[in-house]
Design a protein around this ligand. Structure first.
Ligand SMILES: Nc1ncnc2c1ncn2[C@@H]1O[C@H](COP(=O)(O)OP(=O)(O)O)[C@@H](O)[C@H]1O
Ligand SMILES: [Mg+2]
Length: 472
């Protein structure tokens, strides 16, 4: 380190004093022969000795006094300089001492003020950086930023995950080197070339799934209109696209399901009008068909309305204490005619009175749908068993039939709207394909679950779990 101002001043002072005193010694030495021309040599020696001693003592005393004085003025400057250097190196916590009158000067105060301002600014910058980082990481979309040269200078975790890239390895790479899907590369190219916003939807085919990403690329323009690079935001829209597909499929299914009975009604009516009605037997047969098809139409519309009602915003259940025995009795009486027609028996196992908090109308609807299926997909003279058991906080309801059973592969899709194992058979049985979708919806609204087990030719069991108490 360079010697401080204080040390240099003391040195300068010492040199100056020694030069002055040596000069004074020489001048005084000139006077000596004037009055001691013939004195002996010893006296001359003594005189020189005294002179030199006095000069050295004078030198030391004046140096001491000068040093003391400089200590007061130069030492604080050294201290302040040292602090200023530390501040310049980035240590904004450094402060000059304020103890002692020699430090109470404007320079010292100003340096401390600068340090505290810088400290505040750096704190603000750190906070802002943190905020930006949190924002970039938690925005839920992938973010990629390229500088003017087309190299990556910002990338967030979502993007890393979406494309399986690592931040460290792609920082500083150009967009062509990262290995982005070609569609995204083209989009970035377009933004670079036109300096305009570009958007597109990209399909990313993975090994066992397909994802859809919406890509938005925009130029980054600085405050003074200068071009700083481009930013690319990618948002996963797979769920949206899937929902859109479900909606489209649903509309297509509904149209198809509605068209079949309508075509049939139209056809038979036309045939009747064209002359078939002249034959009473034919007319009766045709009218019978028309009635059956209108019933189907009616059922379908009822089920569709029920489903859309359940899915609408304001749908609520009317909770009350419900005795499961009442639910099953109501459902059985609703399907009693179908049971009789197929000469089927039912066995009910309910130990005592099991009550839960639920909406009785909806629970009866669930049971009717499941019982109707059990009847429809069983041959005559079979038995349906309904059991209700207490399972601590929940109850379990099981409906078992001895019907045709369902292939294992079909089970996962069974609760989808309009999904049917055997279309023709289901239609003949008068089903709409919405029964199980409604069951699932209503059970889940009750915070319960519904599962199915089945074996071809042996039978099917639907198992429902419902909580006894609801929190609402
Ligand atoms: N108990 C059952 N036994 C055999 N198959 C069944 C049973 N319940 C439902 N399924 C199958 O599940 C499909 C969907 O049932 P559902 O939603 O009630 O529609 P639908 O009965 O109107 O066809 C039925 O078409 C049928 O193939
Ligand atoms: Mg059904």
């Amino acid at each position: 380190m360079k010697s401080g101002l204080y040390a240099r001043l003391v040195l300068a002072c010492a040199i100056l004093l020694s030069v002055l005193l040596t000069g004074l010694g020489i001048v005084l030495g000139q006077f000596f022969p004037l009055f001691a021309g013939n004195t002996d040599l010893t006296i001359q020696h003594h005189y020189w000795l005294y002179l030199i001693t006095v000069l050295v003592v004078a030198f030391l005393i004046s140096l001491f006094v000068a040093a003391r004085m400089m200590l007061q003025y130069a030492k604080p400057i050294d201290e302040i300089t040292r602090i200023a250097v530390r501040i310049a190196e980035g240590d904004y916590l450094a402060r000059t001492r304020m103890n002692g009158p020699e430090y109470d000067n404007e320079l010292s105060i100003a340096i401390n003020k600068i340090a505290s301002n810088l400290q505040e600014m750096s704190l603000l910058r750190t906070m802002e950086n943190e905020r930006l980082k949190t924002l970039v990481e938690s925005m839920g979309s992938g973010l990629l930023m390229f500088g003017r040269g087309g190299t990556v200078n910002l990338v967030n975790g979502v993007l890393e995950k979406t494309f399986g890239l690592s931040k460290k390895s792609i920082m500083g790479m150009t967009y062509k080197e990262i290995g982005l899907p070609p569609v995204v590369e083209t989009l970035i190219d377009d933004v670079f070339m036109t300096e305009q916003v570009h958007e597109s939807q990209v399909q990313l085919d993975g090994e066992n799934s397909t994802a859809y990403v919406s890509v938005y690329g925009a130029p980054v323009i600085g405050r003074h209109g200068n071009w700083l690079g481009i930013v690319v935001v990618m948002h996963d829209i797979t769920k949206l696209i899937r929902l859109e597909k479900v909606r489209k499929d649903f509309v297509a299914n509904v149209s198809h399901e509605l068209r079949t009975p309508v075509t049939s009604i139209k056809g038979f009516t036309e045939t009747l009008l064209e002359g078939a009605m002249d034959d009473p037997a034919v007319m009766k047969m045709f009218l019978g068909i028309i009635q059956k098809e209108s019933d189907r139409l009616h059922l379908l519309i009822d089920d569709l309305l029920a489903l859309s009602g359940m899915e609408s915003e304001g749908f609520t259940l009317q909770y009350a204490t419900v005795d499961m025995k009442d639910v099953i009795d109501d459902a059985l009486s609703a399907v009693s005619r179908n049971l009789e027609q197929k000469k089927m028996k039912t066995i009910t196992n309910i130990p005592g009175h099991i009550t839960i908090e639920g909406d009785i109308v909806r629970l009866v609807q669930v049971m009717v749908n499941l019982l109707t299926n059990a009847i429809n997909y069983s041959s005559e003279n079979k038995t349906i068993t309904i059991s209700v058991t207490d399972a601590n906080e929940r109850i379990r309801i099981e409906i078992s039939d001895e019907g045709i059973g369902i292939e294992h592969l079909e089970l996962p899709r069974l609760f989808e709207r309009f999904y049917r194992v055997d279309r023709a058979r289901s239609r003949d049985s008068g089903g709409t394909g919405l029964g199980l979708a409604i069951v699932k919806h209503l059970i889940e609204s009750h915070n319960g679950t519904v599962d199915v087990e089945s074996e071809i030719g042996v039978g099917t069991t639907f198992q429902i779990h419902l909580p006894k108490k609801q929190d609402y």
